[in-house]
Each structure stands twice: as C-alpha cells, then as structure tokens.
Design a protein around this ligand. Structure first.
Ligand SMILES: Cc1ncc(COP(=O)(O)OP(=O)(O)O)c(N)n1
Ligand SMILES: Cc1ncsc1CCOP(=O)(O)O
Ligand SMILES: [Mg+2]
Length: 213
C-alpha cells in the first residue's frame, strides 16, 4: 500500500446524520470540499441494507478519486469492493483481515492512546493507525481519551501514517496536524453541519495551512 494515500481529511458517515436517502449526496459534498478518505460506519442497519449503500458509496468515491473504507465488517468490505477496512480492539484481527482482503487492501487499526499497540500493529502490517478521541465527541462520548503527547511520540516511533479522531473541528484540528497527524477523521464537524461542502473545506484547509508554515 502507498502510505501517502492516507493524508488529509477523512470523513466517517453516521446513520443518524447521513440517512440512506441522502448519504450519497452528503458524501459527494464532503468530497467536493476536499475529503480524501470516506469511511462507511453504520452499526444500526441490516447487512443487506449496508451492502446496498456501501456498494453505491464505493462507486461514488472511486469516480471522485476518494478512498473508500468500511468500518468493522470484512464481509461488507469484500462485497462493496472497498479499498480497505478500519478495525478496533473488538473487531476482527489484522492477520485475518489481511488474509481475507489481500495485500493491497488498506487496513487501519484503532490504537486509542497506546503507542505500544501502534508499534505492534505496525509490525503486523497495518497500513495506518488511529489515535483518539482527542476532544469531547458527541458521536462517541465514551471513547477513550488520547493525549497530544501520544501523537507527538508517534512521529518518532512510527513509519506508517497516523490518523487522529474524536471531536475534531476546524478550530481545534490544527494542533493535531502540527503534532504529527497525517489525517483527521471527522463525523459531526462535517455531517452534522448545515453546509457539508464548506465544513469539509474548512477542515481540508488545515492541511494546506500546515504546509506553508
Ligand atoms: C479512522 C477511525 N479511527 C477510529 C475508529 C474507531 O474504531 P473502533 O475503536 O473499532 O470503534 P467503532 O468505530 O467501531 O465504534 C474508526 N472507526 N475510524
Ligand atoms: C468512532 C470514534 N472513535 C473515537 S471518537 C469517534 C467518533 C468521532 O466522531 P466526531 O468527529 O463526531 O467526534
Ligand atoms: Mg470497530
């Protein structure tokens, strides 16, 4: 996998903020605003419905040049021809996912606030790791807290890209990019806003602003 693909704004869908009738248009607006990676995350609907939506999203993302990642489900990632999968500590393990999806698949792993877990996952062949949540999250308030120090340390210890997640907004995101996040993963600050394209653009701009420092 080309590590430079994991860069910039990473948006994650939410079943309440992105109902089936509008999810395609909302994702297209996020891509128009600069989102580079889209994750389909839905723990509420049947697998049959998720397969239909994920297949449509996969097509749209590929037409628009964005990466399409599925949360949690190997079956769904395979079925929808996703570029990869995101797995946490309660999901399938990395070796099983690699065997199932192949060497080109992007496999991202949640590491919460643990550099040790990130190092282990890097060794096992993860394509990126995610730390967070960094700020209060309306979407997942009970997610474990991560510190800025972890992100700074990750720069010294990890060769694979690092994604930051949790309560990220255009106002608080710059410090995470400066601390070493290659990508910012966001739900509410994009899909919970009235203007999705402009909200995505404000977060995408954080990456360009950082380059000129
Ligand atoms: C990019 C990204 N980072 C972290 C997560 C959280 O994954 P996980 O810990 O498995 O929790 P759920 O999302 O499954 O509730 C993620 N999905 N994406
Ligand atoms: C899935 C997940 N894992 C840690 S925080 C989080 C939710 C992120 O959503 P938001 O950007 O709305 O805080
Ligand atoms: Mg999960």
């Amino acid at each position: 996998m080309n590590h430079s693909k994991i860069n910039g704004l990473y948006v994650i869908t939410d079943p309440w903020l992105c109902p089936n009738e509008t999810i395609i248009d909302k994702v297209a607006a996020a891509i128009a605003g600069g989102a580079k990676i889209i994750q389909y995350r839905d723990k509420t609907q049947s697998m049959a419905v998720q397969k239909k939506i994920a297949s449509q999203l996969s097509q749209v993302c590929h037409q628009q040049g964005a990466l399409f990642i599925v949360n949690d489900s190997l079956e769904l990632a395979q079925y929808s021809q996703a570029d990869g999968i995101h797995l946490g500590k309660n999901d399938s393990n990395l070796s099983k996912a690699r065997a199932c999806l192949g060497k080109e698949a992007i496999i991202g792993i949640s590491c919460y606030d643990s550099i040790e877990r990130a190092l282990e996952m890097q060794k096992l062949g993860a394509d990126y790791v995610a730390f967070g949540r960094f700020f209060a999250s309306q979407t997942k308030p009970d997610a474990p807290q991560a510190s800025l120090r972890t992100l700074q340390n990750s720069q010294r210890h990890l060769q694979i890209p690092v994604v930051a997640i949790g309560g990220i907004t255009p106002q608080n995101g710059a410090q995470l990019v400066s601390a070493g996040a290659n990508s910012l993963a966001v739900i509410h600050a994009v899909f919970g806003q009235a203007n999705i394209q402009e909200s995505a653009q404000a977060l995408s701009d954080l990456f360009h602003a950082n380059k000129s420092l």
